[in-house]
Design a protein around this ligand. Sequence first.
Ligand SMILES: Cc1ncc(COP(=O)(O)O)c(C=O)c1O
Length: 383
Amino acid sequence: MVKNVYFDNAATTPIRAEVVDVMHEVLKDNFGNPSSTHAFGRSAKTQIETARKSIAKHFNAHPQEIIFTSGGTESDNMLVRCAVQDLGVETVITSKIEHHAILHAVEYLAERKLATVLYVKTDADGAVDYTDLAHLLAADDSKKLVSLMHINNEIGTILDLERVSNLCKTHDALFHTDAVQGVGHYAIDLEQIAVDFLSAAAHKFHGPKGVGFSFVRKNSGLQPFILGGSQERGLRAGTESVHNIVGMAKALEIAYAKLEDEQQYLKELKAQAIKQLTDAFPDIHFNGCCSDMERSTFTLVNVALPISEEKASLLNFHLDLNGIACSKGSACQSGSAKGSHVLEEVVPVALKNWPSIRFSFSVFNTQDDVDYLVKTLATFAKE
Ligand SMILES: Cc1ncc(COP(=O)(O)O)c(C=O)c1O
């Protein structure tokens, strides 16, 4: 029997029912423009500021340090481009396995000669080479920004935020982290960790799409990114998406209230997936270090499957036909097909013609889903 199984939670997560409820209330009863000074506007404004306080609290941040945006892409663009434009950053250090929201933003800066872009070495696990990072930071006296993602969205490798922030402090560099895949899944204490800027998106933690936030440390000197009204302390003009912001705050509140239980649940689910996949495909390769529960997030596995090239071309179609949603990601083989830039860096050359797939989990997945997935894959491989 065909089931509907959603294993693409790194792409987006289903919204929680409680979040829909609060958003519905706002849409129904709180339609005022937060910039209006009458009671309708004041009420909407209160909703936004309450959400801001609630979000800041989870990160030990000041409410003023939370700037609402349309999501991860906008936050990444805003923070990296403004650091260069407004803060005198001359060199941006990033890696080749960042999300395109960062990679294309730094390419833009480099093409226009607005900044020099350096790429820190990463290894086959997708881990940053901290010695190389220290070396790049010490290379010259230019003002530097390090932009490295907290959790890699394709292979799950976790960055040691504290270690990078200490290196940045030592070398007087700014530190931005794209924490889109980490916020809502991991505790992040911004009083303990000297991150200057952070990006987050609500739809990765069971909130609505089209809303996120930038953490901008107090007195950063950042200038307006979108010009217009004085919303978001003038940094990001435009009438706020009140229902989305309130929904995001609710989603984050639930995520952090249930953090330990949900982390435990997902760790067990991922461990089961690893075991069952290995039993079914003894030669399977776990891309990056995603089978290492300490160094890779519990929310995903990315595997290269030992199946024939002929079958590989039908794999995604077959999974879709069987109701399984996941993400295809293949390393570029010939240079002609556009593969994943992340897998290109981490998949061993000998395995580059195996199909790679990412299965990403949420608390709405069950053990039954994992059983169904592995059975479907095993049957397909044998047919
Ligand atoms: C690590 C990372 N950064 C940025 C983004 C972009 O976020 P958004 O879809 O909210 O623009 C994503 C989305 O997949 C992501 O995984």
